[in-house]
Design a protein around this ligand. Sequence first.
Ligand code: HEM
Length: 456
Amino acid sequence: MKKIPTPPGLPFLGNTLQVAGDTPALAFDELAARYDEGLFQLELPGRTVVFAYDPDLVTELCDETRFTKRIGPPLSIVRDFAGDGLFTAEGDEPVWGHAHRILMPAFSQRSMKAYYPQMLEIGEQLTASWSARQGQDLPVSDDMTRLTLDVISLTGFGYRFDSFASPELHPFLQAMGGALTEAMHRNTRPSFLTRLRQGGEAAYRRDIEVMRGLVDDVIRRRRAGGGQGAKDLLGLMLEAADPKTGARLSDENIRDQVLTFLIAGHETTSGLLSFALYNLLREPHVLAMAYDEVDRLLPGDEPPSYEAVMKLDVIPRILEETLRVWSPIPAFAVTPRADENLGGYHVPAGRPVVVLLPTLHKHPKAWERPDEFDIDRWLPERKAGHHPGGYKPFGNGERACIGRQFALTEARLVLAMILRRFAISDPAVYRMKIKQTLTLKPDEFTIRVRERRAHE
Ligand code: HEM
């Protein structure tokens, strides 16, 4: 068996300092650039972790008969607030299966159509807010966060944050940002340093309380308002039983799921939309194609219909390519069910293996001209030839993202609404600066807009 390359570390601290900054995802990416083998190994506090990014190795790692999702750090830390929610439950905990089967119908294509009017309503709040701020620098990531939070809370739980009514981000978002950032640091920081940080634990617990308080309010309002029979996520969780076992979700698990969906259901889609706008501003010919598409398929001033939005072709390809070059979730982790031979490397059962998406998505074995933003990679005839392990923005197998269609439906609608109404520009010529709070977003990215039709 070959030896997995490991960068030299320090006694006691191992490789901790090499990945301890504010953007661990970029540090992992830089380390990956050193090892053509397609994987490397780090000694982190209390554990040895393998990082893989060669598409052939990732194809093996996606074989669910050999590898399974692992809830180690950072997800085991996120369990402090997301508990047994779908994202952070172990696959062999019965509650994962109950919740998965109860909630799957809420993510069917028919459900997407049912959510569409609410997605449209919040999309119109965004465009109205931007119209009123023409000529000003618009904070893209913040506004995309307002949008996606309001969409998941309204469609999933019938709850209105009314985020566009306030210049400040909702306290829930500030608490969530604080808790996710702390979970990210706890992932790479030795635990004695966490214990030494004055006030750190108290702030973390406060953030968790703020989030839980909001979740309790969401559930209380639903129960107070009747809401029986609602077929949204909360309605299903309160009333439906697991079709396989007949089990129902406990009150505590429903709290965990609501918080999980409030976080997972918006944080990533807002990153996707922000990165998509960034890419469009750097690729004028793609932007021109997108304007042309919305003018052709969504003419007039009427709200775009679901059917018309489903016919878009350029915009979905922009989203796919954006997820390749900037994956909002930069990694996911699996572990071998038994001792494994992974491409000639020995990996013992239970060892965490992290799939590094930014490096995988630009690996020359899977992608020609990987640094080029080329939406034609996603034409059906070229898509068919893609490497099976080269693109995993939504994770893998039965633990892959349950909200994929939701995210893509929302993102294609909102991007279309923006481009149909506004000419976008970037007079500040933004240079990418990544902000990581476990997920990735462009930090301090602003754009300007002006109404297109008013000037034609
Ligand atoms: C799981 C990515 C949007 C809910 C995942 C995973 C990834 C991912 C990579 C697997 C994580 C792992 O293996 O540990 C994304 C991206 C999104 C997105 C890139 C947007 C562009 C959403 C939305 C929702 C959602 C909109 C909900 C409405 C979930 C849940 C899981 C999950 C609940 C856990 C599924 C399970 O294990 O049963 N997502 N996601 N995600 N996602 Fe998403």
